[in-house]
Design a protein around this ligand. Structure first.
Ligand code: ZN
Length: 266
């Protein structure tokens, strides 16, 4: 069987074990069912997720001109504290920005390689945590817009990390941490304007990833450079496919690549 299509972040489902899906063209594959199978991936061409053209991908699945033009790639995506829709001020397209920014957002703690603070729309929970490969996560505040979430994150970053280490996450060199205790500790540092939205009733969410074998020394696959890769799929964590030879392939970082995928055997 050969599937073809443009890579987009895998949709997930938080069941007892996280389920991963890959949409390729008109096909929708449950990737969990491909575990222990030999897969072949080939780079065919680029396909920008916005304009659809065969132009080199710059960031987030977009070519350079789209990345600097379309509303869904504004600076406030990566830096929520720059959000201005709550003031009625446009960055690139106020209607779009209102629709995304003026909805409930969560500031959370997630542990994928270490405890970190992050921001996401409420509708993206637990998707966001799965995408980061967090094995445990906890809400800190639920605020009515992205700006408030952003300023809370900026304040808390002084006291807790805001980055994770993908190698540690993939090697599964993880420790369970008492996130409830962390939340209590951080409460004192939440900005006044966000403090009324503090959450203290939620419990930790635990996530279980479909991984049969963790890599000891993960090597990241550059499919554009190598053009082709073949290997046995032994796990999926975050947005990474993990292969038996310790090659890992981050689907999210490769959005906008038009690929073919074949199941060689198994
Ligand atoms: Zn484009």
């Amino acid at each position: 069987m050969i599937y073809q299509g443009v890579l987009k972040k895998m949709p997930t489902e938080n069941l007892e074990t996280v389920q991963y899906y890959l949409e390729l063209g008109s096909d929708f594959l449950n990737m969990n069912q491909l575990l222990e199978k030999n897969l072949e991936l080939n780079f065919v061409h680029y396909q920008c997720l916005s304009c659809g053209l065969d132009k080199e991908i710059y960031r987030q699945g977009f070519c350079k001109s789209c990345f600097f033009d379309i509303p869904s790639a504004g600076d406030w995506i990566m830096r929520p504290e720059l959000s201005t829709a709550h003031l009625g001020i446009a960055d690139r397209d106020l209607d779009y920005e209102k629709s995304v920014q003026l909805q409930p957002h969560i500031v959370y703690l997630a542990n994928s390689s270490n405890v970190k603070v992050g921001v996401t729309r409420k509708s993206q929970i637990p998707t966001r945590w799965i995408d980061q490969g967090a094995h445990e996560a906890l809400e800190i505040v639920e605020v009515p817009n992205r700006y408030l979430a952003g300023v809370t994150e900026v304040a808390l970053k002084e006291f807790v990390a805001d980055k994770t280490n993908w190698r540690t996450m993939l090697k599964n060199e993880i420790e369970d941490v008492d996130l409830l205790a962390w939340r209590q500790k951080l409460k004192a540092h939440i900005p006044q304007e966000a403090l009324p939205y503090f959450i203290d009733n939620q419990k930790e969410t635990e996530l279980h990833f479909p991984v049969n074998k963790y890599p000891k020394k993960p090597k990241s696959l550059n499919l554009v450079k190598s053009q082709s890769f073949q290997g046995k799929l032994v796990g999926i964590k975050g947005q990474y496919l993990i292969f038996e030879d310790e090659t890992v392939f981050n689907i999210r970082a490769n959005e906008g690549l038009f690929v073919s995928l074949s199941i060689v055997s198994g």
